[in-house]
Design a protein around this ligand. Structure first.
Ligand code: PA5
Length: 418
């Protein structure tokens, strides 16, 4: 009944997205991106990623926010969170420019010492402080190590397409760096399936064609105007119904550590899109069962302002069985020869029941596997649900005026000239 009652609002918001009549409609390039993406640039991304994979041991992607989180999310989702240690071919992929902490930067510079390095600076504006000053450091390091000419072959720039004097694109052309485009009509947090995310993702050895195919499938699956038949609309409806009942926090839950950065990406997607005009759900995240041993108590018995969006992954890539143990000091021989995936799913099912009984509503999303196609599918699902939710709450989901305030203060303190 509640779904039926909210359905007209969903349809109206979806219509605004589809017909591009809502606020922020100049940032809707992501809606048709899985079909309309620049195929020539896509091939160039594939060629550049092959070249990078052959010519370095370490690849550093320099960016922050929307120019960082999507790529990291995709790589960890598909390859695991420790893939830099486990991979058999291609460079280790690290991320810089997402913090101003000198110790984190120093660690990365140490990792680069004595190894061949390529970098990709990713910044739509080209002037964001964190990546810009990190880019200075890595450019200087590369030029000292290889000389300017060879360094230029190892620097890749993803930025706004306009060649304007004093801007990153112009600088890159002057220096002879290969460039890729952040499309005008796609904001940072919606840009993972553009060159912003695709180059680092391909360098990490993921199949970006499959990723785009997954997104294209989602675009078709979630086009149906019927809320009942459209899981994306249904999800948007449920989270808004819960918000209106006083649940102020949406907690994204996964049982896989390789989902951690997808959680981070989700927090940016929803937080920056919905949190404005003193409105919006607060997005938070956990990895269970890890966090059941820290936040589990609060979830079960604390304030009833949270609902959980649980992403249940049907398959794991590897089977690991619990060994039989003669001594059985932990009394867990009843689990002998059971797959960890099975045990993990029972944790999910048990927690789901416990939390729902404890008064924490759960929205359950089922994901087939942690692979490229599913990542692309999931990205599109959440982006569309996010756009719809923003319009339902009468905010512009595609701007982020609030993030400028800290910058103004920081620049004042740093003595930036007017
Ligand atoms: O979503 C956004 O727009 C932001 O998170 C930006 O991506 C982030 O601030 C980085 O901006 P830029 O790519 O211009 O360096």
């Amino acid at each position: 009944e509640e779904l039926n009652a909210i359905a007209p609002e969903i349809s109206e918001a979806a219509k605004k997205l589809d017909e591009k009549t809502g606020e922020g409609n100049d940032f809707l390039g992501w809606v048709d991106l899985p079909e309309n993406y620049d195929k020539e640039e896509f091939d160039r991304i594939l060629r550049a990623s092959e070249k990078i994979r052959k010519s370095c041991d370490v690849f550093i992607a320099i960016g922050i926010g929307g120019s960082y989180l999507g790529a990291r999310a995709a790589i960890e989702f598909v390859k695991g969170s420790l893939s830099n240690l486990t991979k058999k071919d291609g460079p280790a992929v690290y991320f810089a420019g997402n913090t101003i902490d000198p110790d984190a930067l120093h660690e990365l510079l140490e990792i680069c010492r004595g190894r061949d390095v390529c970098i990709n600076v990713i910044s739509k504006s080209g002037s964001t402080t964190e990546p810009a000053i990190a880019f200075r450091v890595f450019r200087e390091m590369l030029e000292k190590k290889y000389g300017k000419e060879e360094a230029a072959k190892r620097i890749f720039v993803t930025t706004d397409k306009r060649d304007v004097v004093g801007k990153l694109k112009h600088f890159a052309i002057e220096k002879g760096y290969e460039t890729f485009v952040v499309p005008d009509d796609i904001g940072g947090r919606f840009s993972v399936l553009s060159a912003v995310g695709l180059l680092p993702i391909a360098v990490a050895g993921c199949d970006i064609k499959k990723m785009m195919e997954g997104a294209a499938k989602a675009r078709i699956d979630f086009a149906s105007p019927d809320v009942d038949k459209n899981d994306c609309y249904k999800y948007a409806a449920l989270r808004n119904i819960l918000m209106r009942k006083g649940y102020e926090i949406e907690l994204f839950v996964s049982y896989k550590p390789s989902f951690q950065y997808t959680n981070e990406w989700l927090k940016q997607l929803f937080g920056e899109s919905e949190g404005k005009d003193k409105k919006g759900l607060f997005p938070a995240s956990v990895i269970y069962s890890t966090d059941l041993h820290s936040l589990g108590q609060y979830l079960q018995d604390g304030k009833r302002i949270i609902f959980e969006t649980v992403i249940d992954t049907k398959k794991s890539q590897n089977e690991v069985l619990v060994p039989f143990d003669e001594e059985n000091i932990d009394n867990l021989n009843f689990l002998a020869n059971k797959d960890f995936h099975y045990v993990n799913r029972q944790a999910l099912l048990g927690t789901l029941d416990a939390h729902v009984e404890g008064g924490v509503p759960n929205v359950l999303l089922e994901l087939d596997a942690m692979d490229e196609e599913n990542f692309g599918y999931l990205v599109y699902f959440f982006e569309k649900a996010c756009g719809i939710s923003g319009y339902m709450n009468s905010v512009n989901p595609f701007d982020q005026p609030g993030v400028e305030v800290y910058k103004k203060n920081m620049f004042k303190l740093l003595g930036k000239p007017e």
